[in-house]
Design a protein around this ligand. Structure first.
Ligand code: TDO
Length: 186
């Protein structure tokens, strides 16, 4: 496993091993020693898979304190356009976003730290998204940002967005519950 930086502080992609042979492929999503070696010491409390039709947009989501979580996200079937936004007040990348394609044919993961909103668009039918979270899901902490209020060029598809996600607050009117804390490298 290898960390690949993104332009956002503390958010990175993870190159993961895949073993292909005549039977198909084996992709390793979690390996404690390898995670330790690249400095991911989060303890994961929930892992799930969601299935989406082409054009479904989920997000942008986060969990508010005290239910905040970091998460590791990936795509295990199909492909998706994945987006993160830094919402930590005081971060020099506050309000900045990063987008990438997660494709089950070229598997990689994205580490989404606490204090980031996250969302994606499924680019194909039957796209399977997977997420490991350091804090289990909490309806009380469930919160979001309006997908269209951030500076991202979304895929030119007919997008399908839930009513809940259409009514999230815009970044411009948003009071973030997160403060940036400088990671001490020592
Ligand atoms: C996310 C999640 C949902 N649920 C339940 C709550 C609800 O009844 C049902 C559907 O939940 P949602 O509508 O919130 O699912 P969804 O819109 O897919 O939410 C997810 O979106 C992506 C973009 C993220 O970043 C994730 O962290 C998560 O917020 O599943 C869990 O039990 N555990 C979970 O971790």
């Amino acid at each position: 496993m290898e960390r690949l930086p993104t332009p956002l502080n503390d958010c990175f992609e993870i190159k993961i091993p895949a073993f292909a042979d005549e039977r198909g492929k084996l992709v390793k999503l979690f390996h404690r020693p390898n995670f330790d070696a690249i400095g991911i010491n989060a303890h994961f409390n929930e892992i799930y898979v969601s299935e989406s039709h082409k054009g479904v947009l989920r997000g942008l989501h986060f969990q508010s304190p005290p239910f905040q979580h970091s998460k590791i996200v990936g795509c295990i079937q199909g492909s998706l356009f994945d987006v993160v936004v830094d919402i930590r007040v005081g971060s020099d990348t506050y309000g900045h976003s990063y987008s990438t394609i997660l494709d089950a044919q070229a598997p990689k993961l994205l580490y989404v730290p606490e204090g980031f909103a996250h969302g994606f668009v499924a680019l194909e039918d039957n796209t399977l998204f997977t997420c490991m979270s350091s804090h289990e899901y909490s309806a009380e902490g469930d919160a979001g940002l309006l997908w269209s209020s951030i500076d991202v060029e979304w895929p030119k598809l007919a997008l399908s967005v839930s009513e809940k996600d259409q009514n999230q607050p815009a970044l411009q009117n948003f009071e973030s519950p997160f403060q940036y804390i400088l990671n001490d490298p020592s």
